[in-house]
Ligand binder design. Structure first.
Ligand SMILES: Cc1ncc(COP(=O)(O)O)c(C=O)c1O
Length: 426
């Protein structure tokens, strides 16, 4: 018997998926603006160049252990991921398959660096409320996803949180965005001082708060101020780009918008875009040197890290994404969609705001019936027009493939506005 975790989320039986379209046995063709529900399919499905690279890899070998053998694809992929010079990152560690593993690998790397540098008491990790970093036990402890909070008794004790960074709900009216950014960084500093700077290993945050509250970009300079606080107390900065990395924001890394380089940058679902599960921690020579001069090796390993078939897929995916024209188009289509949605819907009583970067953005609604409204609009869009947009709680999230055409974007916006306004009239 099949154990279905979320039985009510299963729509129909998929027979094929290509581009942004999902074809089902029931005879429907869905235009998917969620990139696979969990936002991984950032170049759509069945891309011929990725399938070709995977076939070619299958004819050579499926997996050779990363800790024993070299694989030219792995080296080429690492070089590609480091090829843009907006940041000072120069090392890639392929840590496993999921984003949660990347979060935990970065925490272990951070601790190993402190340990090998004679600071073994730095065991605390700080993150933010309303975050999501994965569902392995420690990644869960770093997040605050409501349905996972009953697991709290399993969480380690040396984890702490500061308030979510959300300019739409947390900024005071009498405060400028810069003051708010400074206040957020100050809260982190206060928390570090409260715990004791000699005990804090790292601070972890999603570059834009994504999955839960819906694509809220930081106030300008927020990450710069956070970086300063981290540097002051020898606390590593971990930026989670499992959701918003590799081109989805219109730049290769979302933190490139903020002009800040973290000590550890997390990549996951968008790396091989669903063609295979691959995750990575991007870091610096400085970190690498401490580890190689210390214990000599990183003590976090998994059997399928840098899974060869997955790396071949990720390399093909990232070659497609590392293209200036594609990135410009991500910015252009994202801006166009946001402007068009605002033009047509901002006078609605439900409208609150629209925000995000590139092709990761959310439209927030308000009112006592907002949860029901988002659910009803997205259901109408799915049932009537076979278009999938994630409508949950207070917001609709638009996370289409980066290869969405202008025509597809126009269709999504048209149909979405139609359903939004029809449901409003109800
Ligand atoms: C920001 C962020 N970090 C980590 C994860 C966890 O990734 P995975 O589900 O592959 O463990 C997610 C998944 O949605 C995410 O959005």
């Amino acid at each position: 018997m099949l154990f279905k975790v979320f039985p009510d989320h299963v729509l129909e039986t998929v027979v094929k998926a290509e581009g942004l379209n999902i074809l089902t046995k029931e005879g429907n063709r869905y235009l998917d603006c969620t990139a696979g529900g969990t936002h991984y399919a950032i170049i759509g499905w069945s891309h011929p160049l990725v399938l070709e690279a995977m076939r070619e890899q299958l004819s050579r070998f499926t997996h050779m252990d990363y800790k024993i053998w070299r694989d030219s694809n792995t080296e080429e992929l690492a070089s590609l991921l480091l090829s843009r010079n907006e940041h000072n990152l120069d090392m890639v560690y392929f840590c496993g398959n999921s984003g949660g593993e990347a979060a935990e690998a970065s925490m272990k790397m951070s601790y190993q660096v402190h340990y090998d540098s004679g600071r073994p008491e730095k065991t605390w990790f700080i993150s933010r409320t309303q975050s999501y970093h994965g569902s392995s036990t420690d990644a869960m402890a770093m997040g605050e996803r409501p349905n996972l909070m009953f697991y709290q008794p399993l969480f380690p004790n040396n984890r702490a949180k500061v308030t979510e960074h959300n300019q739409y709900t947390q900024k005071r009216e009498d405060e400028s965005l810069d003051d708010y950014a400074k206040r957020s960084a100050k809260e982190l500093e206060t928390k570090i001082l409260e715990i004791g700077p000699h005990k804090v290993a790292a601070f972890m945050g999603e570059t834009i708060m994504g999955g839960l509250i819906g694509d809220v970009p930081p106030a300008p300079n927020y990450w710069k101020y956070i970086r300063e606080v981290c540097d002051r107390y020898n606390v590593h900065l971990i930026m989670d780009e499992v959701y918003c990395g590799t081109g989805t924001s219109g730049k290769i890394y979302c933190c490139d918008w903020d002009g800040v380089t973290p000590d550890f940058l997390l990549l996951g679902k968008t790396l091989a875009a669903g063609y295979a599960p691959v995750s990575a921690v991007v870091t610096s020579n400085e970190i690498y040197d401490v580890i190689s001069n210390g214990q000599g090796r990183l003590q976090h390993t998994t059997t399928h890290q840098a899974y060869s078939l997955g790396i071949a897929a990720a390399l093909a995916v990232q070659r497609i994404i590392h293209d200036d024209q594609l990135l410009d188009n991500v910015i252009y289509i994202g801006n166009w969609m946001r402007e068009e949605l605002a033009k047509r819907l901002s006078s609605s009583k439900y409208w609150r705001n629209i925000r995000g970067r590139g092709l990761r953005f959310s439209l927030e609604v308000q009112g006592s019936e907002r949860d029901l409204f988002t659910e009803r609009v997205s259901r109408r869009l799915r049932d009537q027009y076979k278009i999938l947009v994630s409508g949950k709680w207070h917001r609709f999230s638009f996370t289409p493939s980066l290869l969405i055409s202008k025509g597809e974007a126009e269709l999504v916006v048209d149909r979405f506005c139609q359903c939004f306004l029809e449901e409003e009239r109800h």
